[in-house]
Ligand binder design. Sequence first.
Ligand code: NAD
Length: 392
Amino acid sequence: MLIQPEANPHWDEHEEVHFFEDAPSGLRAYIAIHSIGPLGISGGGTRMKAYPRDEDALTDALRLSRAMTHKMLLTGASSGGAKCVIIGDPAELKSERLLEALGRAINTLDGRFVAGADVGTTNDDLRSLARFTPYVERTPPTHDVGSEMTARGVLASMLAAAEQKLGSRDLAGVRVAVQGLGKVGASLSRLLHERGAELVLADVDTERAEALAKDLGAGTVPAADVLGEEADIFSPCALGDVIDDDTLERLRCRVVVGAANNPLARSALAETLHGRGILFVPDFVANIGGVLAGAYPSECTTEARRERLAERVVGSVAREVLERASARDITPLEAATQITAERARAAKQKSAGLPQRATRALMGRLWKQRWFARTVMSARTALSNRAVAASG
Ligand code: NAD
């Protein structure tokens, strides 16, 4: 069902917002499409979470789909930004039947939304979902290229920040506190270890933290203490909203850069961090690497290519943001917001031309054809499989 949530402050002129309900499976989901790209599609993750109120799930979908548009613009990807949010605890509600109902819901959008994974859904879920809809990113079973690329992007942003704040891109001996050692945090820690960083690791899953620390010869601290750890760099890779008015006072670092979405409880805290001399690289710059895996699978087929792609795209966006912030004496968040707005305006102007409108209409018609979507998505999966094979 198409809805028009203009009253929601995050509505922000989304192209389409839908609510889907399927009583037999318990599916209740929003799909928010903030922008449809020049090739007639939008992409974004599928989040599954218990929300106190339906309105909170809608707000999450709207905020995250808008952020996806920013990420697509910053990476130069041809998709627009979107997000699917399923209401419910995945441990209790997720089932094959629910994924089938979600697949049917996605099919009604005729390819305007292509689903990826997010918090509460896994790559296995996507492979199940792909039995019911062709409009889904199918990733290989053994290696999560998206999370690895996110970690590589965080590293590239960290190098840009280290250059500006610590005076060198050399991370040897630089003390980095990593909060959250899941798919991205663990991958990032390994990359930092290869560069000789001194690591302090923390996860609420202490066994996970201990095992990784043993592997990398790193130290650990309790999850509750990592934010206040004395370090050159603090890297939030767990949840959002970790820096609020209280926790900000505890920070003992010079740089904050990580994968977690919305690590600041309020955007205004970017000013406070700036005032305290802490360089904060915005999350929607640092964590865009995962988008690259979906947008440029042919450039992700070997480890060396993935490293180059992350540095070329994420590293240069991060440098552009930090250089503008420094030159204009504004926060990196303000600089990143300005750059995204400029790119959005340029993209809008470009897409207003007749050839671009015709291309989008034609591609829209092609995406409607399930055989076309299936062929394109299979080709992308084949490329991702090559990336896995190349990773050993
Ligand atoms: P994940 O679920 O694999 O890992 C999260 C880890 O954080 C888990 O090990 C969990 O135990 C730990 N954790 C939870 N609460 C914690 C706390 N209070 N203190 C310390 N550790 C805690 O998730 P992920 O895929 O690694 O993503 C990490 C973050 O990055 C998320 O916020 C996600 O939205 C964001 N992100 C991920 C990607 C990606 O490609 N996976 C892309 C963009 C953004």
